[in-house]
Design a protein around this ligand. Structure first.
Ligand SMILES: [Zn+2]
Length: 306
C-alpha cells in the first residue's frame, strides 16, 4: 500500500477559502465517486477556473478498491472511534488484526498533513458512497447551520441522527473535530448514472462552500437539474431512528424489492434470519436495505422531522 496512490487530485485556488476534502472508496466496491473525482480534477486542472481555497481528493480503502470489495477485514466506515484512533496513533499499526486499521492510519496521516493548523471551521469533509439498493440517494449530516446549508445544496434528502444510531463513521469523527461533515450517498452501486450524480453533487457542494462560482461550473444547469429530478417526492429532512445490526451467523437475508425511502409499517416482515422472520420495530422509511453479501447492517429506518 502506497500513500501516493491515495491522492486522487489536488487543486489550489487563486484566493483564500475553504479546504475542501473529498474521500471516495471508503467502501472499496463503491467506485463512482472515484471516477467522478477524476473527471472533476481533470476539468479543474485543464480549465483552471477561479477558485477560493483548495480541493483535495483522496481514495479510501486502497486494498478493498483493488479487490472491488466493500472491505477486507472489517467495515472501514465503522472504526473511526476515538479509542481505536488513539490506539493507532500511540502504538502505530503493528500487531493488530484488521487491514482497515492500516488504511485508517494512512488516510488520517494524509489528512492531518493537509490540514495542519487550519481553522477547523474552515474545513469541509465530504465522503462519497453508493447504496446497494436501487434508487433514492440521500445525504447524511449533523445538526448545525453550516452542515444543513451546505448539504441542502445537493437537493436530495438530508438524514440526521447518524451519531445516535451508528458509531464509528468517518464523517462523525470529522464532525467532532469541528469540520463541516457530509456523507453523500450518490445512488446505486455500479450504475453509470451514479457517476454523473456524484460529479454533479460535488460541483454543487463546491459552489455552496464558496469555493467556486456557478458561472465556472461546467453545464451548471444540467448538473443541478439532474440532482433535483432524482429525488422528487422524497422527504426533505428525516432522522435515523433504527439500525438493524447483523452478524454473519445471523444469516440475515433482506426480502427483495425494497428501495430507499419506501414507507414501511411497524411489524412488517422485512427479511429473514436464523431466528425466522425479521420484522420492522418501527414505522417509517426504510433506508439502505442490504442487497450485497458484505455489510454489518441489514437495513436502516428513518422518520420524518416535522
Ligand atoms: Zn459506502
Amino acid at each position: 500500500m502506497d500513500n501516493k496512490d491515495r491522492l486522487l487530485g489536488e487543486y489550489i485556488g487563486d484566493s483564500d477559502g475553504k479546504l475542501f476534502i473529498v474521500v471516495a472508496g471508503i467502501h472499496g466496491n463503491e467506485k463512482t465517486g472515484l471516477i467522478a473525482l477524476e473527471s472533476i480534477f481533470e476539468y479543474l486542472n485543464e480549465v483552471q477556473p477561479s477558485f477560493s481555497g483548495k480541493m483535495i481528493g483522496l481514495a479510501g480503502n486502497l486494498k478493498a478498491i483493488a479487490n472491488s470489495a466493500r472491505y477486507v477485514d472489517t467495515d472501514f466506515n465503522r472504526i473511526w472511534k476515538r479509542q481505536i484512533i488513539d490506539g493507532i496513533r500511540n502504538n502505530g499499526v503493528g500487531g493488530h488484526e484488521f487491514h482497515e486499521y492500516d488504511e485508517l492510519k494512512a488516510l488520517l496521516d494524509e489528512i492531518d498533513s493537509i490540514i495542519d493548523c487550519k481553522d477547523p471551521s474552515n474545513i469541509v469533509f465530504i465522503d462519497l458512497h453508493n447504496t446497494s439498493s436501487a434508487e433514492g440517494m440521500f445525504t447524511f449530516t449533523f445538526e448545525g447551520d453550516d452542515n444543513y446549508r451546505i448539504a441542502s445544496a445537493l437537493h436530495i434528502p438530508i438524514i440526521t441522527g447518524l451519531d445516535k444510531a451508528l458509531q464509528g463513521t468517518a464523517i462523525q469523527y470529522m464532525s467532532e473535530r469541528g469540520f463541516c461533515s457530509i456523507a453523500f450517498e450518490g445512488g446505486p452501486l455500479g450504475v453509470e448514472k451514479s457517476i454523473s450524480i456524484h460529479e454533479a453533487g460535488v460541483w454543487l457542494l463546491l459552489e455552496a462552500t464558496g469555493c467556486i462560482n456557478r458561472s465556472e461550473i461546467p453545464n451548471y444547469e444540467q448538473q443541478k437539474a439532474l440532482m433535483v429530478a432524482s429525488t422528487e417526492n422524497f422527504p426533505k429532512i428525516s432522522e435515523l431512528i433504527y439500525v438493524h445490526n447483523i452478524e454473519e451467523s445471523d444469516q440475515f437475508k433482506m426480502n427483495q424489492g425494497y428501495v430507499n425511502f419506501q414507507k414501511i409499517v411497524e411489524g412488517e416482515i422485512l427479511g429473514v434470519d436464523v431466528n425466522g422472520d425479521v420484522r420492522s420495530p418501527h414505522a417509517g422509511y426504510i433506508m439502505m436495505p442490504l442487497y450485497q453479501t458484505q455489510g454489518d447492517e441489514g437495513f436502516f429506518i428513518t422518520k420524518l422531522v416535522s
